[in-house]
Design a protein around this ligand. Sequence first.
Ligand code: GTP
Length: 494
Amino acid sequence: MDPSLIRNFCIIAHIDHGKSTLADRLLEFTHSIDERQMMAQILDTMDLEREKGITIKMQAVRMMHVEGGQDYELNLIDTPGHVDFAYEVSRSLAACEGALLVVDASQGIQAQTLANVYMAMEHDLTLVPVINKIDLPNAEPERVAQELSDVIGFSLDEMIYTSAKEGLNTDQVLRAVVERVPPPKGDESKPLRALVFDSKYDVYKGVIAHVRVMEGKLSGRGIVRLMHNGMDLEPLELGVFRPWLQAVQSLGPGEVGYVATGLKDVRDSRVGDTITDARHPADAPLPGYAPPKPMVFAGLYPTQANDYEELREALQKLNLNDASLVYQPENSGALGPGFRCGFLGLLHMEIIQERLEREFDIELLATAPSVEYEVTTTDGSEIVVDNPDDLPEPQKIGQVREPWMNISVVVPDRYIGTVMELVIGRRGEYRKTEYMLHSQDSSGSSRVVLDYQMPLSEMLGDFYDKLKSTTQGYASLVYSFSHYQPARLVKLEI
Ligand code: GTP
């Protein structure tokens, strides 16, 4: 396909602002999927995702669309909707040139709207503002347009007003994608570099790497190399997402598709890796690769000791599609044999736990979640401790450091005091407050962005629930890892 006729884009939004619903309308409008096959929210495939209304694992889909008499190939790359998966989001943004920024017309900008916008800007994406849910009786599209214009700098005539639920103005969204999102650049004569932005396990085809070709050409014949992994392999098949898998002969610069690798382990073809041609390799991989880093740890124990083997198998199965889950066997005096697991964050932990219980029918006992501490011992060695059992004797500890997070809360200004009290009460430190212009709600309260830093360990318990309940549900929160900081901590044995 001529790259000037390709558009690669994603949809970014705060949770529940209508990302999946809009994606459904785009698929329908472009006849990318048979209406009889159309399940609501086709891009959210897992049951748990549907129930929690959040996108955990992303999908990609190629749509064909005619605009001004010309055929275009539009690749919609879905992004996970939660901050625990920020690295995955960053890799899918890196595969796109543009993003639809969906904002709920009854809610306006929320914490995750801003976090996503900053991330999209870092990747130089063209943003198309979409004000959704204009059918709601309490929608305030003009006010939200003003807010977006003040806070992010859009001009008012850039806004597209939609009701994804009713399919209103879907055509305008597609036109804006074609007209505003730049086509991909990329030189076909250069050595191949394709970004792996997702990786899934398929029983027949092995690990399927979802790729965006940046430069060069990926052809079905010949050996390719995963540059970070260092592994060479012969692809079983190349293809594109329609959204079913459709084999193709080659993928050129700017194109999005998949490589069926035949590999058995998603950890061999990690998100962020670069695929190149093994005979004419590129000099350097694409920037931005990082191995997943678990942040939250807990022990999982079967309540029935004879479920231990089943738990091991279940973890293995989940691991097939989730390279970021780590686990190792551990034995507890009180709870018997189980596994020490590491998760990307709290939501990730909750999802894994629920899937083990529901899909594998294993009743679990989970220990209180904890974080990873860095310890410098008195003899100068450095160790990492994610289980209190492994903490050295007090007299051998020189310094303990714990992870701190940047947190950002968007809330009506009448709750500033409440949020401040909650965060400071958990060892948080204030950074700054920013008022959002034109954000007054019906009670005359403006919304503010409050930035703090706080220890991750203080967020593990009921922090989010407390934040929600003390602000009557108005606060939205995002967080990201900041740094390790020395702390005065003791181990308490009961
Ligand atoms: P995450 O996957 O959690 O990020 O959510 P999402 O942004 O994909 O939101 P989703 O599409 O799941 O929509 C959230 C809720 O809003 C669902 O109940 C939708 O039916 C509803 N919704 C989406 N668009 C509209 C709209 O235009 N009007 C109305 N009234 N409801 C909408």
